[in-house]
Design a protein around this ligand. Structure first.
Ligand SMILES: *Cc1c(COP(=O)(O)O)cnc(C)c1O
Length: 467
């Protein structure tokens, strides 16, 4: 055994060989050295554990492959691309929305050049960073004014802090939602300093519930999109228009957290009607907040639009500075919003809209194409079939509503890899492939899998099933 230890190449020799290969020239040398030391420790442990027992196994030709595999894995970025074959379009854990091409280009432009971020090209003086999107937001939503912050949670916080600090806000018990990632409306309100006045029951709230709760301490009525859950059965909510009428009677603004916030009407594509931002503004909400990266299909952002008398003080709130949007996001958001000036262009160019509105026939065609590619790549190592299935919009939009799709079902055959082991192994491929298990098969949904990703999906599946 001690003989084997002696046969191990030194760190310096390994580093020399590695640098001759040029393969890791992009890695900082100290990192490379650390990684080689870690790998040498693993080899010593393997000798100790009698997993390495012969001198042949310690020759460079035998060591090189595993060393490269180790270095590849250890040096890759922690935050990286994955393939989303789950069929959940706005998948919060996988980065929500993909940006449209013009948005990506705008980000690059904003990063590599100086810009008029807070500089007015009309006056040559300091300008406002919201000026770039405010007009667009007003045009698209019909609102009088608007601003953008880091995300919708920040937007809700800022809205309440500005308009209801130390006062009461009336909200229905049916809308006290937790969005996930510990965003709960009651907690955010507590942080803003607004006092929550809960009214109604979980399943039913009536106009008189709101009305009875109004006192001289009331600052606003709040409506919250129930986002990721749906109440069915014996259930009643007070509509925005009714709330606005109540508010007017008592001189109170109605604030709405729309959550996902559609600017696009999906009803022609077979989805239920969801109030759009335009409708919320037209129906009289004083302030509406929504996310930039959910169904809107832009970058992470919180968008606040509404009447000027309420938006102006929100803009002046000092907390705004702590929640402000950065220039890359602003660039992506402006480019995304511009596409909405022509809704059909938006539908074609914004990946989130394109995926949500993909037709059943198109998805079936994509699924068939994927099956052909997978059969070629996997041969007899898997049984591959089509299955009718359902995709989801995700991001709290259209909860519990299925979008019909055609799934590609992969079942390993002639190996002892089970479906669960396959799913787990695919988390470790490059890039990882995320799908879901249904009908005892690993399923890929073409709704979220781009045409251009078919070959890559086949390659990583082949790596696991037919190495
Ligand atoms: C998603 C959501 C939020 C939080 O928005 P982020 O952009 O994730 O901060 C707040 N309210 C509702 C109703 C939501 O659906």
């Amino acid at each position: 055994m001690s003989e084997l230890y002696r046969l191990l190449p030194s760190v310096d020799l390994i580093l020399q060989r590695v640098s001759e290969s040029g393969r890791y020239a992009h890695l900082p040398r100290p990192l490379l050295k650390d990684l080689v030391n870690v790998h040498l420790d693993q080899l010593r442990a393997a000798i100790r554990g009698q997993k390495l027992t012969t001198s042949e196994e310690l020759q460079w030709s035998a060591l090189e492959g595993p060393l490269h595999a180790f270095l590849d894995r250890a040096s890759r970025p922690h935050f990286r691309r994955v393939i989303n074959a789950t069929g959940v379009v706005v998948h919060t854990n996988l980065g929500r929305s993909l940006l449209a091409r013009p948005a990506v280009e705008a980000v690059t432009e904003a990063c590599v050049h100086y810009s008029n971020l807070e500089f007015s090209l009309d006056t040559g003086q300091r300008g406002s960073r919201y000026a770039h999107v405010e007009e667009l937001l007003c045009k698209l939503t019909g609102a009088e004014a608007g601003l953008v912050v880091n995300n919708n949670a920040a937007a809700v916080l800022l809205m309440l802090d500005t308009l209801a600090k130390g006062k009461e806000v009336v909200v229905s018990r049916g809308q006290l939602v937790e969005i996930g990632g510990s965003f709960r409306i009651p907690d955010v309100m507590a942080k803003s300093g607004a006092v929550l006045r809960e009214v109604g029951a979980t399943n039913r709230t009536h106009p008189y519930d709101y009305e009875r709760a109004i006192t001289p301490e009331t600052a606003a009525l709040l409506k919250v999109h129930t986002s990721n859950f749906r109440i069915i059965g014996f259930h009643k909510e007070v509509g925005l228009r009714e709330m606005v009428a109540l508010g007017e009677k008592h001189g109170l603004p109605v604030l709405e957290d729309l959550g996902s916030g559609n600017l696009f009407d999906f009803t022609p594509y077979g989805l239920d009607h969801e109030p759009t931002v335009q409708e919320a503004v037209a129906d009289g909400a004083a302030v509406v907040t929504f996310s930039g990266d959910k169904v809107l299909g832009g970058p992470q952002a919180g968008i606040i639009v509404g009447r000027k008398e309420y938006i102006d003080p929100i803009k002046k709130n000092p907390i705004n500075r702590a929640l402000r949007i950065d220039k890359m996001t602003l660039a992506a958001l402006e480019a995304t919003l511009r596409l909405y000036l022509d809704p059909e262009l938006a539908r074609r160019e914004i990946p989130t809209l394109r995926m949500i509105t993909a037709s059943a026939e198109e998805l079936r065609r994509q699924a068939s194409k994927l099956v052909r590619g997978l059969r070629r790549a996997l041969g007899i190592s898997a049984n591959i079939t089509l299955l009718p299935g359902a995709s989801r919009v995700g991001g709290g939009a259209y909860p519990e509503r299925d979008l019909p799709t055609t799934l590609v079902a992969v079942r390993p055959q002639g190996t002892d890899i089970g479906v669960e082991a396959l799913r787990d192994a695919l988390l470790d491929t490059d890039p990882p492939l995320i799908g879901r298990i249904e009908h005892d098969a690993f399923c890929l949904d073409p709704r979220t899998l781009a045409d251009a990703e078919h070959a890559l999906a086949s390659k990583v599946l082949a790596k696991v099933l037919a190495p």
